[in-house]
Design a protein around this ligand. Sequence first.
Ligand code: DQA
Length: 153
Amino acid sequence: VAVHILNGPNLNLLGQREPAIYGSLTLADIETRLRDKAATLGRNAGVAVDLAFAQTNIEGELVTLVQRAGLEGAGVILNAGAYTHTSIALRDAIAGAGALVVEVHLSNVHAREQFRHHSMIAAVAHGVISGFGATGYELALEAIVPLLQGRQQ
Ligand code: DQA
């Protein structure tokens, strides 16, 4: 199974960006953790779990990446950053390409400012993980692998 881990605006700054909210791990650290997790999950499930990582600050690029993953049948772990709260285009990309998406946020968006409480993409995501820091990406991977396996059968 293939899983694309897509990160939106400002997540390239992880590690130095408001560490009290987003933690001290960098995106590269999260990638390392996920590759370990994919190997373990793959071993246990008897399936190859192929990961692809991308980060962009540009909304349209994120739209293209989501479309591509969806059309290829890859699962998507998506932290869309602030575009979560604003992007109808991203929502339409998920729906249009039929992408299987787990929406992830490092912080608990519901415990923060009002403008972070609404997600444009949650209604077209399979589920949402918010507030568990970098662990949220691992939880998302654990959740999405059996869903992708189920789709293959
Ligand atoms: C975020 C939460 C968003 O509200 C914010 O704009 C981000 C990061 C998170 O991972 O907690 O950039 O998606």
